[in-house]
Design a protein around this ligand. Structure first.
Ligand code: PRF
Ligand code: ZN
Length: 374
């Protein structure tokens, strides 16, 4: 029997909740744990899909909020859907806009019906509702679509977080009612801010809805790092074991290892591509800047152990030269390296889990020296 979105666990760490699994989607498999690069506007900035594939990325994100504003979901549907439009034939996920509308839109008003805001592009008033967010994502056609949620800011009063969390649940039920495509999996999002009791209640409500996957939202919004870990640790055990679990907007080494130890499977973060645009690269757990004068005559690759196209073919000196000349290629080469580095980091964790060596190889990230934070 063909079963879309089958999630099968290959190995479970004997000392933590870390697991290695395979998530099947209509556009191929995702081997977890795995980092997912962000392609907000239907492009992972500076990379062709072939280059993206070469980084080892399996699933890529795009954004409902941005694509609705420009070029619009109708046009993308006429182009044959997001995969065809952007030339990526692998698994894709679209975020619902629930987070972006809160962080990016101006003049917004939140009501039970949805969120009203002014388009930063042309000033028109846009009404994003749970039904609309699902309809847009149905037209975009990603393999995984996200529920429309309300992500409260940090800090926020407990009353405000309660209201946002309860509304997120009511909105989720509207999303479920609006979604009728079996070829797209709708994931629910747990909110609840930094409040363990709210997270627990939200997670319990969510699992009862028997969705094909669950995400933890509302973290990495400015709260201290150890709070992310605490939230993840109280929330994950309540989410179904046999479904994929996605921690939204997290992508530092330490936060990912901590979350994987708690049982998270998927991550996304703009950090590898955003940092690349600032000349920053991850090298063996550290963050360097290619502008630095010390690399001017350094003919070694960024990381001699990195299999990426950039490290296999170019030196630090060359990359620094491109940067100083403002040559566009530098964005591509640095992004290839940074994405490869984060994807490979999670792929190495997966291998370690498969061999039950997760704690021995990555346990040092669980005790927090600051140097592991980038
Ligand atoms: N909700 C949605 N997308 C998100 C988040 C959220 O809370 C976050 C929070 N880190 C990132 N992306 N829908
Ligand atoms: Zn590299």
């Amino acid at each position: 029997m063909h079963q879309p979105f089958q999630f099968s666990i290959q190995a479970q760490c004997s000392q933590t909740q870390a697991r290695a699994a395979t998530f099947l989607t209509p556009h191929g498999k995702v081997e977890t744990p795995r980092f997912m690069p962000v392609g907000t506007l239907a492009t992972v900035k500076a990379l062709t899909p072939a280059q993206l594939k070469g980084t080892g990325a399996q699933m890529v994100l795009a954004n409902t909020y941005h694509l609705h504003l420009q070029p619009g979901e109708d046009l993308i549907a006429r182009a044959g859907g997001l995969h065809r439009f952007m030339g990526w034939d692998g698994p894709m996920l679209t975020d619902s806009g629930g987070f972006q509308v809160f962080s990016l839109a101006s003049l917004r008003t939140i009501q039970e019906e949805g969120v009203k805001f002014r388009s930063p592009r042309d000033g028109r008033i846009i009404n994003l509702t749970p039904e609309k967010a699902i309809a847009i994502q149905n037209q975009l056609g990603a393999d995984v679509i996200m529920a429309f949620d309300e992500c409260p800011p940090y800090p926020a009063s407990k009353e405000a977080v309660i209201a946002a969390t309860e509304r997120t649940y009511r909105w989720l039920k509207r999303c479920i009612a609006a979604h009728d495509r079996s070829e797209q999996a709708l994931f629910g999002i747990v909110q609840g801010g930094v409040y363990a009791d709210l997270r627990t209640a939200a997670a319990e409500q969510l699992v009862d809805l028997n969705l094909p996957g669950y995400a933890i939202g509302g973290v990495s919004v400015g709260e201290p790092g150890d709070l992310i870990n605490q939230i993840v640790k109280v929330t994950v055990p309540l989410l179904a074991t046999e479904k994929p679990r996605y921690l939204m907007g997290v992508g530092t080494y330490q936060e990912m290892v901590q979350a994987i130890a708690a049982g998270i499977d998927l991550f996304d973060c703009v950090i590898p591509t955003r940092l690349a645009r600032h000349g920053a690269v991850f090298v063996r757990g550290e963050r360097w800047n290619i502008k630095n004068a010390q690399f001017r005559e350094d003919f070694a690759p960024l990381d001699a152990e990195c299999p990426c196209y950039t490290c296999q073919n170019f030196s630090r000196a060359y990359l620094g030269h491109l940067w100083r000349c403002r040559e566009l290629l530098v964005y591509t080469l640095l992004s290839i390296h940074n994405i490869t580095e984060l994807v490979r980091f999670t792929a190495r964790i997966r291998e370690a889990i498969l061999g039950d060596r997760f704690l021995s190889e990555f346990g040092h990230y669980l005790a927090p020296p600051e140097s592991h934070q980038y």
